[in-house]
Design a protein around this ligand. Structure first.
Ligand code: ACO
Length: 424
C-alpha cells in the first residue's frame, strides 16, 4: 500500500494513502494525532475529505459531475426527478416495478397532517419561505417520531420527500393569502408542485409541459453535490444520531445563506439592480474587482469548479429554450449573458478561475416560470433533498461512523487566574 511520509519535529511518520474509484488521492490522518500529538488545520475544509462516499463524483478542474457514476448531462436529459431520487437514495436506477412502487409511495404520503396547517396560520405572510421550510421539516419529527427502528427511518425518508413539495407550496400560498391546494396523485413530482403553487379553486389548472420539463431538470441539477456546506451540515447533525427530519431542517438552514443556495435569489436582485441602474454591467464587474468594495458578482465562483460548472452550462441552454418556448423576453437574461461575457474575459476572474455557477442561470429560469424570487432557494432545497437524504443514509449506515467532532488550534489567552471584581 502506498503511504505518505511526514517529518515533524525531528520524527518521521508514515500515513496511509486512500485512492478513490476515480483516482482521487487522500492522505489518511485519522491516527496522526495519536502518534504525533499533531492535528491538521484546514479552515473552511477546502482540503479536507470528511468521509468516503459512493454517491457523487466531482472533478472541478474538468467540470465533471456524476451521480452514482452517471454523467449529469445524461441524467438531466434522460431521467425523471423521482428516478434520480431513487438512484441517489438506493444506489441504482429503478426498474419499472421499483419506480411504480416508489412513485406510488411518494404520492400517497404527500398530504401533511391537517393540524400542521395551524402552524402556517401563525406565520406572518412576509416570512421567508426558507424559515417556514426549515421549521416544518423539524415539526414533522413531532408527527413521525423515530423510534430507532430501521423501518421507521425508511418510511420517514419517503414521508419527507413526499411532503416537502406540499410544505413548500403551502408556504407560498400562505404568503399570498390564497387557499392551500392539496396534492394530486395523478401528477408527476414537479407537475404536482406546480399545481399546488398555481391552481386556484375558481378554475381548472392544466400543468404546462414546458414548465414541468424545466422544473424536472432544475430539480435534477440540484439533486446532489457531494460535501458542500448544507450536505456537510446534514451529515454533521445526523452524526449525533439526530433524526432525519431534524437533520434536513439543519440542511435547509445552511442552504439559505447567500454564499450557498441563497445566491440564486441574490443573482436576480443583482441583475435587477443593474437593470434599474441603466444596465451598465461593466460598472458592476469593476465593483466586484474593487478590493475596497465588498460587492461580489453573485452566481460567480465555486469552491470546487475551477473551469466551468457543468450545471450552469446546461441551464444557460435551457434558459434560452424555455424563454423562447414561453414567448418571454427577459432583459435580465441579456444582462446575465453580457455580465458573463465580460467577466470571462477579465484577468481578475480568469486568474481566480471564477465562472458562473448553477445559481447564475437558475434564477432566470425560475423567474420565467413565475416562481417568486423569495421561493428560489426553496426550489433549490426541494431539489437537494434527495442528495441530503442519501448522504445522511450513507453516513448512518457506515458501521465505522463516528460523531463529527473536528479539533482546533487554540489561539486565546493561556491559563490565568480570575481577578476579583473590585480589582479589575
Ligand atoms: N465576485 C468577485 N470576486 C470573487 C467572487 C465573486 N463572486 N468569488 C470569489 N471572488 C474572489 C475573492 O475575493 C478572492 O479574491 P482574492 O484571492 O483576491 O482575495 C478569490 O476570488 C477566492 O475567493 P474565496 O472567497 O476565497 O473562494 P471560496 O472558495 O471560499 O468561495 C464562493 C466560493 C463562496 C462560491 C465565492 O466564489 C462566492 O462568494 N461567490 C458568490 C456567491 C455564490 O454565487 N454562491 C453560490 C455558490 S454555488 C452553490 O452554493 C450552489
Amino acid at each position: 500500500m502506498e503511504t505518505a511520509k511526514l517529518s515533524l519535529q525531528g520524527k518521521d511518520y508514515e500515513l496511509p494513502v486512500i485512492v478513490g474509484s476515480e483516482g482521487e488521492v487522500g492522505i489518511d490522518v485519522t491516527k496522526l494525532r495519536g502518534s504525533s500529538g499533531a492535528i491538521t488545520v484546514d479552515p473552511g475544509y477546502g482540503n479536507t475529505g470528511s468521509c468516503l462516499s459512493s454517491i457523487t463524483f466531482i472533478n472541478g478542474e474538468k467540470g465533471i459531475l456524476q451521480y452514482r457514476g452517471y454523467p449529469i448531462e445524461e441524467i438531466a436529459n434522460k431521467l425523471r426527478f423521482v428516478e434520480v431520487c431513487y438512484l441517489l437514495i438506493y444506489g441504482h436506477l429503478p426498474n419499472n416495478l421499483e419506480l411504480e412502487d416508489f412513485h406510488h409511495k411518494l404520492t400517497h404520503h404527500s398530504l401533511i397532517h391537517e393540524d400542521m396547517k395551524k402552524f402556517f396560520e401563525g406565520i406572518p405572510p412576509e416570512a421567508h419561505p426558507m424559515a417556514v421550510l426549515s421549521a416544518m421539516f423539524s415539526s414533522l419529527s413531532a408527527y413521525y417520531p423515530d423510534t430507532g427502528n430501521g423501518e421507521d427511518v425508511d418510511l420517514n425518508i419517503i414521508r419527507l420527500l413526499a411532503k416537502a413539495k406540499t410544505i413548500a407550496a403551502f408556504s407560498y400560498k400562505k404568503s399570498i393569502g390564497q387557499p392551500y391546494v392539496y396534492p394530486r396523485n395523478d401528477l408527476s413530482y414537479p407537475g404536482d408542485f406546480l399545481h399546488m403553487m398555481y391552481a386556484v379553486p375558481a378554475e381548472p389548472y392544466l400543468v404546462s409541459d414546458v414548465l414541468e420539463k424545466a422544473l424536472n431538470m432544475l430539480l435534477i441539477l440540484h439533486a446532489d453535490h457531494e460535501q458542500n456546506c448544507s450536505t456537510s451540515t446534514v451529515r454533521m447533525v445526523g452524526s449525533s444520531q439526530a433524526n432525519v427530519f431534524a437533520s434536513m431542517a439543519a440542511g435547509v438552514a445552511a442552504l439559505w445563506g447567500p454564499l450557498h443556495g441563497g445566491a440564486n435569489q441574490q443573482v436576480i436582485s443583482m441583475l435587477q439592480k443593474i437593470h434599474d441602474d441603466g444596465g451598465d454591467y461593466k460598472k458592476y464587474v469593476a465593483m466586484a474587482k474593487d478590493k475596497n468594495s465588498d460587492f461580489r458578482l453573485m452566481g460567480f465562483g465555486h469552491r470546487v469548479y475551477k473551469n466551468f460548472d457543468p450545471r450552469a452550462q446546461i441551464l444557460k441552454k435551457q434558459s434560452d429554450k424555455v424563454l423562447t418556448e414561453l414567448g418571454i423576453t427577459d432583459p435580465m437574461l441579456d444582462i446575465a449573458k453580457n455580465l458573463e461575457q465580460v467577466a470571462l474575459e477579465d484577468d481578475y476572474f480568469v486568474e481566480r478561475k471564477l465562472y458562473p455557477n448553477v445559481d447564475f442561470y437558475s434564477g432566470i429560469l425560475y423567474r420565467a416560470m413565475g416562481i417568486p424570487t423569495q421561493m428560489f432557494t426553496v426550489m433549490f432545497a426541494l431539489g437537494r433533498l434527495p442528495g441530503w437524504i442519501s448522504q445522511w443514509k450513507e453516513m448512518r449506515s457506515d458501521p465505522k461512523g463516528r460523531i463529527y467532532r473536528p479539533r482546533q488550534i487554540y489561539t486565546g489567552e493561556t491559563k490565568r487566574p480570575v481577578v476579583p471584581l473590585e480589582k479589575r
